[in-house]
Structure formats: C-alpha cells, structure tokens
Design a protein around this ligand. Structure first.
Ligand code: ZN
Ligand code: ZN
Length: 394
C-alpha cells in the first residue's frame, strides 16, 4: 500500500481528487483498532447522499474524504480479525457498526450506539457520522471487520457480477429496506417517488418482492425514460400536480398499497420551488388506509440551505393528521445493510436482480470523480461507479 488518493470535499460545489494519508489501524478518536482490516478498493460509488453534502446542504466541513459505498480486497488485517483473510473480496455496508451494542445485536446497524460520539449511527465519509474516513479512495480502513463485512465469492465469480455487487454497499439494500418497510408483497400496487438510483433500486426490490405494478415518479424526462426502459411504469410529475390522478390513469384508482419516498428533504413541488415535505405529504395522500410508507430518502436535523427557518432545523410542514386519520405506518432511517446484503448477493449471483442495468451503472476512474459528481448533480440517468485501480475497465 502506498500513494493513497481520495475524493475530498472542498466546499459547496467543489470536490477534488487529492493525495491523502494511507489508512492506519486507528479510530477517529485515535484509539488503536485491532478488529479492522485495510482494503484495496475495487469499486466505490458516488451516491445521492454525497450530493447533499457537495451542494452545501449539510454541515460538512471542507477536507472531508467522501465515499461510503465500498467494495474491496483485504490487504492487511488487525490481530483480532478471525473470519477474514488477506486476499478476500468483501462488500462493505456503509453503516459502521460495532456488533456489540443493543441496536447492533438486533440487526439495527444503521443506528449503532458506539461508533459515533454525537448520535446513533456511523458511516464512512459522511458528515455527523462519526468521522470515519471515506472510501472514494484507493485504500480505506474498515473497523469491526468480522461483523461488518460480507465476504464475496472467488475473484472470477465476483468480477463477473461486480457492476451489480457494488450496489450491495448501499443503494440496493436501501431500496430494499424501503420496499420491505412499505409492506410490499405479492400483488402489491407500489409507487416510488424519485427515479434516481435509490428509487430504481426500490422499484427493483418491489418487483422481486412480488409487486403487481411498480410506478416511478419524477420530473426528469431522461430518468423517466430509463425507468420505463427497465420495466417500470413512469409517472411524469410535470403532467399534473394531483399525483392520485396520474396513478389512476395506470391502476384505475388513486391510491396504492405501498409507497416509497426515495427523494428526501431536497424535494421540489410542482411549481419548481423546494418544498421539503411535499413528497411525504403526497405519500400520505396516495397510500391507502392502513398502508405503509417506506422512507429511504434522506432527511436531516440541520440544513443550512433550507427554504425557511423551521426546515433549517429539520422541522417540515407535514400534514401528519392525514396519515394519522388513514392509520398509516411510516418507516424512517438508514437501512441496516447487513440485514439484507447476503440475500441480495444471492439474488444477483443467480441472475434474479440485474441491478446494475436497472440503475444504469457507469464505470469511471477515480480521477474522473469530479466530473461524475457534476453529471449526477445535473440529473444524469446514471449511477457512477469509481474504479480506482482500473480493474473493471481491464
Ligand atoms: Zn450511498
Ligand atoms: Zn453497535
């Protein structure tokens, strides 16, 4: 290991690939880590949640090394690592989790209680998530390796599906959690808000869970065209501000069994202005009585770029009374990746879930990451996967 490079956040709208320190067996607070491994990164994806930081919509500080969607090869291991060997290929859940606390022991690894001194839940390369160094880089440390890492098959089998497998670190389990928590089952009618990568992953998850019809709504024509191409019912939100009417054109009723919000707090209203509660309110309107809403879209406690003072503190104008009157259930929070990634890996390996094609994966070099951020921010119907050592390109 030598010559680490990584994607560094420099301020709103600005990221750069820079020389960064090689990872050490050390926690953000300086404690020695014997339960960790150092990975040579095989793939690492750009995520919509990275965009919230890069747009200046969080309290992220300049200098943060980004990246929480990591797949890699173990090249060094700490003395306490028992289950993994140097040379193993692994998928890294974006959640940093200790495996020892109350929530980890119930598989609620998105809200581990020990890896972040300021709140429940840790992640790599993310503001307020414990200071763990990000993995849009050549090398990265993963703590609590035995607990966190999913060991992948041998190199030939893994490389044959690497474009799909790279989605196991976040967006596929995130979308799947949204669909599971929305109660999707055989014959369900499903609406997914947002045709970005997480929305498409949620739609693919709904399909594999048995949904009868999966509708995906967006304002972006390129993303809608792609959603249609991969087999979902596109809902063009520019056509009406009454989502129920658009849904009724497809399923003859203006309510669905299950709704999934894959947009989050940067939601826009029909008028084009930002309305952070607009998707949540729509989900309550279009979900049937006693139905469920899965919310994998990200909401924050502090938003310096919010449209009003309440939203700056994460307080949104939700029409909560409507959801209450309809006895709906709402499921929030980051997905506990390791609850789902093993099953989803099997679905990928046996050709049940072509997630890379569904999200339109595009492989680019680490050095081209800034262009990837820029294209994704402009609404490209693609999911950018960084290939730091050119192993996929080869
Ligand atoms: Zn992500
Ligand atoms: Zn824990």
């Amino acid at each position: 290991m030598s010559g680490n490079r990584g994607v560094v956040y420099l301020g709103p709208g600005k990221v750069e690939v820079q020389n960064i320190p090689d990872p050490k067996f050390e926690a953000p607070d300086g404690r020695r880590i014997d339960h960790g491994v150092i990975l040579k990164v095989l793939t690492t994806n750009i995520c919509g949640s990275d965009q919230h930081m890069v747009r200046g919509r969080t309290t992220a500080q300049a200098g943060l090394v980004l990246g929480h969607e990591i797949t890699g090869e173990v090249i060094e291991k700490g003395a306490d690592v028992e289950m993994l060997q140097v040379g193993d290929l692994v998928s890294v859940p974006f959640n940093v989790a200790c495996g020892r606390c109350r929530t980890c022991r119930s598989q609620d690894t998105g809200v581990c209680l020990t890896v972040n001194p300021s709140r429940a839940g840790g992640a790599f390369g993310y503001v307020d998530m414990g200071g763990w160094i990000g993995g849009q880089a050549k090398y990265v440390l993963v703590p609590y390796a035995d607990f966190n890492l999913l060991k992948l098959p041998d190199r030939d089998r893994t490389m044959a599906k690497i474009r799909d497998i790279t989605m196991l670190s976040d967006i596929l389990p995130t979308g799947f959690h949204g669909a599971v928590k929305a109660g999707v089952g055989v014959g369900s009618t499903v609406y997914v808000a947002g045709a970005g990568p997480v929305g498409l992953a949620a739609a693919a998850s709904a399909r594999i869970l048995g949904a009868a019809v999966v509708m995906v709504g967006d304002f972006n024509p390129e993303r809608l065209a792609h959603a249609k191409k991969v087999g979902f019912e596109p809902v063009d939100l520019t056509k009406s501000d009454r989502l129920g009417d658009l849904i009724a054109q497809i399923i003859d009723t203006d309510e669905v069994d299950a709704a999934i919000d894959a947009v989050g707090f940067e939601a826009r209203g029909h008028s084009g202005g930002e309305q952070p509660a607009s998707v949540l309110n729509q989900m309550m309107e279009i979900t049937r009585a006693a139905g469920s809403v899965g919310i994998p879209g990200l909401y924050v406690t502090d938003d310096p770029g919010a449209v009003d003072p309440a939203a700056k503190r994460g307080s949104l104008s939700m029409r909560f009374g409507l959801g209450w009157a309809k006895a709906q259930s709402f499921h929030t929070g980051q997905t506990p990746v390791l609850r789902y990634n093993r099953q989803l890996l099997m679905a990928i390996l046996h050709d049940r879930l072509p997630i890379a094609d569904i999200v339109n994966a595009k492989i680019i070099s680490l050095e081209d990451a800034p262009q990837g951020y820029d294209s994704f921010d402009k609404g490209a119907a693609q999911k950018f996967v960084l290939d730091p050592f050119g192993q996929i390109a080869a």
